[in-house]
Design a protein. Structure first.
Length: 336
C-alpha cells in the first residue's frame, strides 16, 4: 500500500500531485492487460504439463472470464471501502476520484454471462446460440448461481449509476455468496465450511485489492496533505488485518483440499498445486512490498514518500487476481 511519489517541483504541499501523460498511462495499462490475459489463456497447458491430468474443455477461456469477474468485483468493493474510510478522516477533501464501478459492473456482467453460457451447455464451450439451454439453468444449482451473478452485476451497475451508489453493496454481496457456494458443491465434504472460508477469503481479497487501487487514486487527487497521510494510515491498519485473514483462510482451505502429508508433493505434481504455489509466492512478495511501504509510512518525515512499492504492489495484486481465476479452472487436487 503506497502512493505516487511527489515531484520536487510541486507548487505547494497541499496541491494535487502532478499527473503523467494520459497516453503513456493508457498504453501501459493496455500492455499490462494484454500480458495478464496470457496467463489464464496459456496457463492451463503449462500447469497441466507432465501431471497426467486432463484439461477441462475451454479451461483457458473460463480462467480468463473468471479473472475478469474477480477484478470486476474488486473495483466497486474497494471504492465503497475507501469512501467509508475517507469519511472518518478529519478535514478530508470532498472531491473523490471518478468511479469505475459502472465500467467494472459491465465487464463483470459480460464475464458472468459467458460463464453462465458454459453452464447452460453442460460445462462445455458453446459453439452456437442454439446449443445454449437458458431454461436449463433453473434446473441445476450451478445454473441458478450463475444467474444470480449475471443479475447481480446488472443490478450493481444500475446502483452505481443511481443517486445512491452505496446500494450496490447488496448485489456485490450476492456475487460473493454465489461464488463461495459455487466453489464448494454439495457433494464435497463439509461444503458449508468450505463456502464460509471462501466467502471470507474473497471478501477480504476484494477489500485489499480494490481498496488499494482506489486509495492510490484518491491520494493522487488529494495531494501531499495531512488528510492523505491519515487515509493512508487507516488503509494500512485495515490491510494488515485483511492480509492476516486471507492467509488464515487460504491455509485452511488448502489443508482441506490437500491433507498435510501430501501438500509438498501436490504443490509440484498437480496443476492446482503448481498454480497455488505461484499464487503463494506472489502474495508473499506483495506482503513484503506492503511491509516496506508501512515502514516508510511510519519512519519517513513525509509519509507520502511511501511510494516506491506502490506500482509494483498494485501490478502484482492484479497478477494474483488473474492467477486466482486460473486456479478455479484447473482440476481439484486429489485427496489422498
Amino acid at each position: 500500500m503506497t502512493l505516487i511519489r511527489p515531484s520536487t517541483g510541486a507548487p505547494d504541499a497541499g496541491g494535487p500531485l502532478p499527473r503523467r501523460s494520459g497516453t503513456g498511462r493508457a498504453v501501459a495499462v493496455l500492455v499490462l492487460v494484454a500480458l495478464g490475459a496470457l496467463i489464464p489463456l496459456l496457463g492451463p497447458s503449462a500447469a497441466l504439463h507432465g501431471t497426467g491430468e486432463a484439461a477441462a474443455p475451454g479451461d483457458g477461456g473460463i480462467a480468463l472470464l473468471r479473472a475478469v469477474l474477480f477484478a470486476a468485483l474488486c473495483v466497486p468493493v474497494g471504492e465503497l471501502f475507501v469512501n467509508r474510510l475517507a469519511r472518518a478522516v478529519p478535514g478530508a477533501p470532498q472531491a473523490m476520484p471518478r468511479s469505475w464501478a459502472g465500467y467494472a459492473a459491465g465487464a463483470g456482467f459480460v464475464a458472468a454471462l459467458g460463464l453462465a453460457s458454459v453452464v447452460a451447455t453442460g460445462n462445455l464451450v458453446p459453439h452456437s446460440l442454439a446449443e445454449i439451454d437458458v431454461g436449463g439453468l433453473y434446473d441445476s444449482r450451478d445454473g441458478k448461481l450463475a444467474l444470480v451473478e449475471v443479475n447481480a452485476f446488472l443490478l450493481a451497475g444500475l446502483c452505481a449509476r443511481s443517486a445512491r451508489p452505496s446500494s450496490q453493496a447488496w448485489p456485490l454481496a450476492a456475487i460473493v455468496v454465489a461464488e463461495a457456494l459455487r466453489a464448494h458443491p454439495a457433494t464435497e465434504h463439509d461444503p458449508l465450511v468450505g463456502s464460509g472460508l471462501t466467502l471470507l477469503h474473497l471478501t477480504c481479497a476484494a477489500l485489499w485489492v480494490g481498496g488499494l487501487l482506489y486509495a492510490l487514486r484518491t491520494l493522487r487527487g488529494w495531494g501531499a496533505s495531512e488528510a492523505g497521510s491519515a487515509l493512508l494510515g487507516l488503509y494500512a491498519r485495515v490491510a494488515a488485518v485483511l492480509l492476516a485473514a486471507i492467509t488464515a483462510t487460504g491455509v485452511w482451505s488448502t489443508l482441506r483440499r490437500m491433507p498435510p502429508e501430501t501438500v509438498l508433493d501436490q504443490l509440484t505434481s498437480t496443476a492446482y498445486g503448481r498454480v497455488l504455489l505461484a499464487k503463494v509466492i506472489l502474495v508473499v512478495t506483495v506482503a513484503g512490498l506492503a511491509l516496506w511501504a508501512r515502514l516508510r509510512l511510519r519512519r519517513a518525515p513525509d509519509p507520502l514518500t511511501a511510494c516506491s512499492p506502490a506500482r509494483a504492489e498494485v501490478a502484482l495484486l492484479g497478477v494474483v487476481v488473474v492467477v486466482s481465476g486460473l486456479l478455479t479452472a484447473l482440476p481439484l487436487p486429489i485427496r489422498w
